[in-house]
Design a protein around this ligand. Structure first.
Ligand SMILES: Nc1ncnc2c1ncn2[C@@H]1O[C@H](COP(=O)(O)OP(=O)(O)OP(=O)(O)O)[C@@H](O)[C@H]1O
Length: 151
């Protein structure tokens, strides 16, 4: 059983479009364990910190304005290979290049409104969890269904 964790965020468009249960359901049904969840309207500063790696890109300002424009659902999911598998479930950055069956391939059309974020490495996942969650807000518990999910 893996303790790997990923930071997954339903962006403002996903919340406004009532896609929260659809997205959470996909991670639940896959077998992943929900360890943290909160709704928050990010400050501009939090949005800029989250996307700091993109600060030199021309779309950085618009991206941070968008992320702080409305509430998001911030989550921690745990389980086997969750960082890579989460990215696969999410699909390509450009929804038009995302395969059907992926979240973006099924639910989005443009890069600037691609409904969800997922960590791109285990190291970044832990950094993002520390940025978005305070101590005590993320739970570490035994998933009673684990023996029915893992060998
Ligand atoms: N060329 C672009 N024009 C406008 N927005 C962009 C562009 N490229 C990326 N973005 C936005 O910035 C976000 C972060 O870009 P990144 O390259 O890290 O893609 P990603 O890892 O698929 O997305 P995320 O970090 O949100 O999971 C994208 O999800 C998208 O919303």
């Amino acid at each position: 059983m893996s303790s790997e964790r990923s930071f997954i965020m339903i962006k403002p468009d996903g919340v406004q479009r009532n896609l929260v249960s659809e997205i959470i359901g996909r991670f639940e049904r896959r077998g992943y364990k929900l360890c943290g969840l909160k709704m928050v309207q990010p400050t501009r500063q939090l949005a800029e910190s989250h996307y700091a790696d993109l600060s030199e890109r021309p779309f950085f300002g618009d991206l941070c304005t968008f992320l702080s424009s409305s509430p998001v659902v911030a989550m921690v999911w745990a389980g086997a290979d969750v960082v890579k598998q989460g990215r696969t479930m999410i699909g390509a950055t450009d929804p038009l290049k995302s395969a059907p069956g992926t979240i973006r391939g099924d639910l989005a059309l443009v890069t600037g409104k691609n409904v969800i974020h997922g960590s791109d490495s285990c190291e970044n996942a832990e950094k993002e969890i520390a940025l978005w969650f305070k101590d005590g807000e993320v739970c570490n518990y035994e998933q009673v269904t684990a023996p029915w999910i893992y060998e």
